[in-house]
Design a protein around this ligand. Structure first.
Ligand code: E4P
Length: 214
């Protein structure tokens, strides 16, 4: 399973890349707004930190406007992927960008039918938002399982990005199900690595090592 960082924060991305396990980045307007920086230079800087896919979201609400934004963002760097919302206008945009050879990440996926339509339109990735489904007492990971099964049924090549991950268990469940990618906040990446028994074990080994005759 590939790991993407779900952030627009340069320091977090640099720290994540330092872990040696980060394959890409997803951003969205909410994440970008937290950075208080000019949009295009921020995205340019992110694309220069790692060669993997960097999702950048369009904000126009009509297909024509979204395609214009997408073309502009795709010129920033070869690794830009255009994030497009799932709705009728979004489907049209995904199809047009597919014919132009521009990669897309279809976002705000909350049902398997939305994921299938996005894939049929030519999306490179679909992003089911598991945490937001859990937030309203649903089961986000059930949706991921359904999308995996449907894509398997028809050998669909669109990759599934498990998004809106809230905790390490979402990450582990995504891997057990065979999802292609999990996009996680930097805080979750740190949680995946740490374990108190590892720390205690290290402490004990180092203490005992002092007693060894050298
Ligand atoms: C990723 O593509 C999404 O934008 C992100 O995971 C949404 O996460 P949230 O539900 O925590 O805002």
């Amino acid at each position: 399973m590939k790991i993407f960082l779900d952030t627009a924060n340069i320091e977090e991305i640099k720290k994540g890349v330092d872990y040696g396990v980060v394959n890409g980045v997803t951003t969205n307007p909410s994440l970008v707004s937290k950075e208080n920086r000019e949009f295009l230079p921020l995205i340019k800087e992110i694309t220069s930190i790692l060669p993997g896919p960097i999702s950048v979201e369009v904000t126009a609400t009509d297909a024509g406007g979204m395609v214009e934004e997408a073309k502009k963002y795709a010129e920033i760097a070869d690794n830009v992927v255009i994030k497009v919302p799932i709705n009728l206008q979004g489907l049209k945009v995904i199809k047009q960008l597919y014919t132009l050879g521009i990669k897309t990440n279809c976002t705000l996926i909350f049902s398997s039918s939305q994921a299938l339509l996005a894939a049929k339109a030519g999306a490179t990735y679909v992003s089911p938002f598991v945490g937001r489904i859990d937030d309203i007492s649903g089961n986000g990971m059930d949706l991921v399982g359904d999308i995996i099964q449907i894509f398997d049924n028809y050998a669909i090549e669109t990759e599934i990005i498990v998004a809106s991950i809230r905790h390490p268990l979402h990450f582990v469940e995504a891997a057990l199900m065979g999802a292609d990618i999990a996009t996680i906040p930097f805080s979750t990446l740190a949680k995946l690595l740490n374990h108190p028994l590892t720390d205690i074990g290290m402490e004990r080994f180092l203490k005992d090592w002092q007693k060894v005759k050298k």
